[in-house]
Design a protein around this ligand. Structure first.
Ligand SMILES: [Zn+2]
Length: 559
């Protein structure tokens, strides 16, 4: 099959995303100085903060590294750099120099942008304003896709790098603004408030694409993959920045490659461990070596964290519920008489009379509905600053998905694909939104009440995590209806479905243990694991989550 460059960008949203970051680095030269033409740095603060003598903290942010996969890599003997930071395994998460929280959870959806936002603000999505890889903002009628899932273009991924899209959407301060001293961020989408932001070099874009396609065709190994190129290319840039400005108090080292590699690997979970051992550990070692060379490694706090894990899925169009075509959730909403927004980042004014918007998150999808009484006639723009009406707008769509799921009514491809349908009485945008409830036989039932009647131990801490996503001043950014597709690891792979324009070998975004159970490791080089455990447990209590990363780091600065 012949693929043009354009086809490639359409089909490979994740790969394309990273490549777009590279292109963006080229386009952003004028804005951020000539160093970006070869990859480089962007100063984010006008006044340089005074460096503090202590503490020094390195956060290795490993995108898509599930808890079991990372711990398997560390314990295998094939990831010596990470393993040496932790020291001897003393059981139950305690290591000689580290504590690995055994039960830390992601926020929902267990996907990239929502989780990094939560990790680096310490606030849940309904409060920090970033609710997913894609979302719709009612008051501005803006659609955002920093990681494109339903849409086909990478416009917003470009804006993540050169226009701080995620930082602009956040309504609560980042960790960098909550600590004194200098903080450098390498590659991560959440960098607002940091001192310095470093990115990869735009090396031979075309060559990389050719290599990627060839690699896919030949089942390329972890260390030779494009993901590895990007991960490892980012390290010299952050090391250069340290060479020029000295060691910062906080260094965030983001590795996006694991997520991309796992999505595309035929045996995703085993391949992820392989990638962590062969690629990630090398990158970690290079950063640690520089600190060691500068006599700055001893006493440095090191964290290993991730945003989500992965669940294996069928890599085909029957299981990837797309945005385009007839057998899709978009089509079902259309059949209920709603004018549905096209799956693109921007729409023209001739298409802005939409009455429904869908945003995809992998195992979850959000549906935003207008009060249709404000825009009954085609061509009439809806008043999105008003909430939809529960009985006239929301319930008919919830009912339609319930029926399609039961018997394939309207859209046969949806039959048996949905696990739970959530809905609620919509709030006025900007006011505290109510938490989601579960649609059960024509009624909306509180989540805890539904779970008492229908226990679901596979959906971990569902009630609280759905409240984090939906109940708050920006809870309306998670839609008026939320679909959770069947994702359970206890189901055969052929019964798992996901909302995504492009099929993959693994997906995330659910409330399952497998994609929501994340590593949260705090170590001090040469320090005491018992002390790390005490510090983490004091903050996280018996319900650790990714939201604890920001308060944990703040505590390191207060010691
Ligand atoms: Zn991710």
């Amino acid at each position: 099959m012949h693929l043009t460059l354009e086809d490639f960008f359409r089909r490979e949203y994740l790969f394309a995303g990273l490549l777009a970051m590279i292109v963006t680095a080229m386009a952003a030269c004028g804005l951020v100085g000539k160093t970006l033409s070869t990859g480089g740095e962007q100063k984010l603060k006008h006044h340089e903060p005074t460096p503090l003598a202590a503490p020094r903290v390195i956060i290795f942010a490993l995108d898509g590294a599930g808890y079991d996969q990372l711990m398997a890599a560390i314990g295998s003997g094939k990831a010596p750099n990470m393993a040496s930071v932790l020291g001897k395994d003393e059981g139950n998460g305690l290591y000689q120099h580290a504590y690995s929280t055994p039960k830390a959870l992601s926020v929902l959806p267990s996907s990239t942008i929502a989780n990094w936002s939560s990790i680096f603000t310490g606030q849940p999505p309904a409060w920090n304003g970033v609710t997913g890889d894609e979302w719709f903002e009612r008051r501005t009628m803006g659609f955002y896709a920093p990681v494109p899932v339903s849409v086909e273009d990478t416009t917003d991924l470009t804006k993540v790098v050169d226009d701080d899209l995620v930082g602009r959407a956040l309504t609560t301060p980042t960790l960098y603004a909550q600590i004194p001293g200098r903080s450098n961020v390498s590659l991560l989408s959440v960098y607002k408030g940091a001192t310095l932001y470093t990115t990869v070099a735009p090396t031979s874009l075309v060559g990389m694409i050719a290599g990627l396609l060839a690699g896919k065709a030949q089942g390329e190994s972890a260390e030779k993959s494009l993901s590895a190129d990007i991960d490892l290319d980012s390290v010299p840039k952050l090391l250069d920045a340290i060479g020029e400005h000295g060691i910062p108090n906080l260094q965030v080292v983001y590795f996006p490659g694991i997520d991309i590699y796992t999505h595309e690997a035929k045996d995703p979970l085993r391949s992820e461990v392989d990638y962590l051992e062969k690629v990630k550990d090398k990158g970690v070692g290079e950063v640690l070596d520089l600190y060691r060379k500068d006599n700055a490694l001893d006493g440095t706090y090191v964290m290993f964290i991730a945003d989500h894990g992965h669940i294996p899925v069928m890599n085909d169009h029957l299981h990837a519920l797309a945005a385009t075509g007839k057998d899709t959730p978009f089509e079902l909403v259309r059949q209920q008489g709603f004018r549905v927004r096209k799956p693109t980042v921007e729409v023209t004014t001739s298409d802005d009379d939409f009455q429904a918007v869908l945003a995809y998150q992998g195992f979850m999808a959000y549906i935003y509905l207008a009060d249709r009484s404000t825009c009954a006639a085609p061509g009439q723009k809806c008043d999105w600053s008003r909430p939809a009406r529960l009985q006239q707008d929301v319930m008919p769509i919830a009912r339609a998905f319930d029926e399609a799921n039961r018997n394939g009514a309207g859209v046969p491809g949806l039959k048996g694909s949905i696990d739970l349908i959530f809905a609620r009485a919509p709030a006025v945008p900007g006011q505290i939104a109510k938490e989601y409830q579960i649609y059960d036989q024509g009624q909306l039932v509180p989540i805890y009440q539904y779970l008492m009647a229908h226990p679901r131990p596979d959906l971990i801490d569902l009630d609280q995590r759905m409240r984090w996503l939906s109940a708050g001043p920006h809870g309306d950014r998670a839609g008026d209806i939320l679909l959770l597709s069947k994702a359970s690891m206890s189901l055969p792979i052929s019964e798992r479905y996901y909302f995504c324009e492009v099929p993959h070998y693994s997906m995330h975004g659910s409330a399952e243990w497998q994609d929501g159970h994340v590593p949260l490791i705090l170590a001090q080089v040469g320090g005491s694991g018992v002390k790390m455990q005490a510090l983490v447990e004091k903050i996280a209590g018996d319900a650790p989550s990714e939201k604890m990363v920001t308060p944990i780091v703040r505590a390191l600065f207060q010691k």
